[in-house]
Design a protein around this ligand. Structure first.
Ligand SMILES: Nc1nc2c(ncn2[C@@H]2O[C@H](COP(=O)(O)OP(=O)(O)OP(=O)(O)O)[C@@H](O)[C@H]2O)c(=O)[nH]1
Length: 464
């Protein structure tokens, strides 16, 4: 999701970061591009207008334009505005604050994923919150829907209300609550009937069920792939019956993301959960700040820092950082760094969390930098002599063959490692010359040898 928007916004901020100084006209031009990118991503026009105006207002002041790295400062303003548009910082949890059994009413159009989502929520509450959940289908329009929910309940390992033919939705709702009270359930999920489009009969049915069940949550399920239709549906539902939260399904199939970005502003209802697949565990909490980070190619720095704090050896990290700063980093240090990285788990996972890391990988000519490559690097380094590890330049062709044989790799792989290490050393030398301030001004691209392309958006530094 958001791939296209993310690609275009990263491009805009790359451009800003490379400039160093920024004028008001530069910001205006960038905002024109942001506006087009958002419209192409199918974000509702009033939302785009409001978004761009807010960013412009905050970004053209002297405080931003004359700051040490205006590109980053503007990117931060955009990041904050994206978080706002997506609903504000932090996930909005399901409200289960009521006397049990707590009713959750599921509403939405036919085929939006309502029944599947009911099963997903039941499984989540059961496994994560140890709640005793009862699933009940109120869909009397389509008898097969009641069977479908019963099957999903079985998959989730959660009981479902026995099907009794001929009852109205209100009667089923009463029976569900009575059963839940009698049998000590914590939560009852009531899955209502869908319709092909919004009609008064559907809304009336939902109102009646609501009146007799007083749900703690009325969750509207919408299909992200329907774009602005999902937003219009949500607006209509909210006005007619009142919605406490939105579950957006099929996020896995929607590359544009316009519905998610328009939902809060247009309907006032927060997105609480998202579905990203047909399986019952494909349900996630919606964290606006994480989604904004992904849209801007900033990765999930907060998540990475949390993980690193738990796993890394800080003294070793500091020792390596000092050697790097002093330009004395050698292959032994590189090996130690690989061991630290390995502790963090999968490399692709880490790379996904790092801002602009994709570009650095490209610049290093290693698109498939992964754990197996790093393991090979470790094997190659340990086949070298101490002298070679301190000063790789002394390694001759005949030694490369022996090192390759000793590490079970090829001469090409040894050469590639040496070339990458050279490049890293070169980047460190540039960094030492530039200093932190210089780097902030010029961005990551200043570290790369000529012709190696630009750095990540916002100069590659997390700005939160
Ligand atoms: N890819 C993907 N498919 C989903 C997701 N959520 C639901 N589906 C699929 O969408 C189809 C329709 O889902 P249902 O749960 O039956 O939809 P519904 O809203 O209950 O439909 P009615 O009962 O007819 O009102 C099913 O094939 C689901 O497996 C999702 O997040 N991603």
């Amino acid at each position: 999701m958001f791939e296209a928007l993310s690609g275009r916004l990263s491009g805009v901020f790359d451009g800003l970061a490379k400039r160093g100084a920024l004028s008001e006209a530069d910001v205006m031009e960038a905002m024109r591009e942001v506006r087009l990118a958002m419209l192409d991503a199918d974000v509702a026009l009033p939302v785009v207008k409001d978004f761009v105006n807010k960013v412009k207002e905050r970004a053209v002041g002297a405080e931003v334009l004359e700051s040490i790295s205006p590109g980053q400062a503007v990117a931060k303003i955009v990041n904050d505005a994206l978080i706002d548009a997506l609903g504000g910082a932090g996930a909005v949890p399901l409200n289960l604050n009521a006397v049990p059994p707590v009713p959750i009413l599921m509403v939405g159009l036919q085929g939006s994923g309502k029944t599947t989502t009911s099963g997903k929520i039941a499984l989540r509450l059961k496994t994560r919150e140890r709640k005793k959940v009862l699933l009940a289908s109120l869909d009397t329009q389509r008898p097969a829907a009641q069977l479908q929910l019963a099957q999903l309940a079985e998959q989730a390992g959660v009981p479902s209300l026995p099907i009794v033919a001929g009852q109205t939705p209100v009667e089923i709702a009463h029976r569900a609550l009575d059963t839940a009270r009698r049998e000590g359930f914590d939560v009852v999920i009531l899955d209502t009937a869908g319709r092909l489009s919004i009609d008064e009969a559907l809304m009336e049915e939902v109102r009646q069920v609501r009146a007799v069940t007083h749900p703690a949550e009325t969750l509207l399920v919408v299909d992200a792939m329907t774009g602005q239709d999902a937003v219009n549906t949500a607006k209509a539902f909210n006005e007619a019956v009142g919605v406490t939260g939105v579950v957006m399904t099929r996020m896995d199939g929607d590359a544009r993301g316009g519905a998610a970005l328009s939902m809060k502003a247009i309907t006032g209802a927060p997105i609480k959960l998202t579905g990203s697949g047909e399986k019952l565990d494909a349900l996630e909490e919606f964290h606006p700040e994480r989604v904004a980070g992904r849209i801007l190619g900033l990765g999930d720095i907060a998540g990475l820092v949390e993980k690193a704090a738990d796993t890394l050896d800080h003294e070793e990290g500091e020792r390596l950082a000092k050697k790097m700063m002093a330009g004395k980093f050698d292959l032994d240090d590189y090996a130690s760094q690989i061991r630290q990285i390995n502790k963090l788990g999968s490399i692709s996972g880490i790379v996904g969390m790092l801002p602009g890391m994709g570009k650095l990988k490209e610049a290093l000519g290693d698109k498939d930098l992964d754990t197996s490559v790093l393991k090979k690097h470790l094997a190659i380094i340990s086949s070298m002599t101490k002298g070679e590890r301190k000063k790789p330049a002394i390694i001759k062709a005949s030694r490369k063959k022996r090192i390759a044989a000793g590490s079970g790799t090829t001469v090409q792989e040894v050469n590639k490692l040496l070339k990458q290490f050279d490049m890293m050393s070169d980047m460190m030398k540039r960094f030492n010359k530039l200093g932190v301030k210089g780097l902030m001004r010029q961005g990551m691209s200043a570290l790369m040898p000529k012709g190696m392309g630009g750095g990540p958006p916002g100069g590659g530094r997390p700005f939160r």
